[in-house]
Write a protein that binds this ligand. Sequence first.
Ligand code: NI
Length: 254
Amino acid sequence: MYNIFDSHAHYNDEQFDIDRDSLLASLPEAGIVGIINCGTDIQSSLESIKYAEKYQYFYAACGFHPESANDVKEGDFDKIEKMLSHEKCVALGEIGLDYHYDFVPKDIQLTVFERQLEIAVKNDIPVIVHDREAHADTLDLLKKYRPKGVLHCFSGSVETAREILNLGMYIGLGGAVTFKNAVKPVEVAAFLPEDRLLVETDCPYMAPVPKRGKRNDSSYIVYIAEKLAEIRSCTAEHILDVTAENARRLFNIC
Ligand code: NI
């Protein structure tokens, strides 16, 4: 297979320390034509840019993940905004809300998310949004700021997906659609218009069946494409072609 565009990865993760360079050098041979590596704090955002400078097919997203929101200092927003002007930085992310764990108070998460939405709109750059068990607050802020972007690892209902589409945004699907107990992701996968769908790994996490529990990497997108093809009655190649085209359109990559 070829034309694999992984719209959400974390190759800075320590699980890749052992073989990062050889793995990233080998991915084009496995059909990977694009990867967006998402920062979660200053350090990982800088690392995303570093790999993007080294690998032609690699792109950076820079931003503060809700789990890092406690550590964000005032001057840090300026640092992220400066990174956005790098030629290989194509998005602000990943940003959002996560109410699953309570490490970070909601008001701090909301403030950090909102500040970054302001920066994204001001700089006319797409956002990569993380929403875990925070659908209502996430939607409220997206409706307020109306950024371009993608809801990554989408876990909501068809009804919520429809609201995201109405905002002009894309929806990212990954390993969760392949899980045996998947209901909502499968319904959403069947419902989405073809021109708003992205595929992603969120690697090293969320490996799809039959690799579930293993370290994930962008070559496993093939299993996600096969599952989506089954759900949508088309070929996996078709899924890869349209999702690569969608990613290039959203992130303004020629
Ligand atoms: Ni992520």
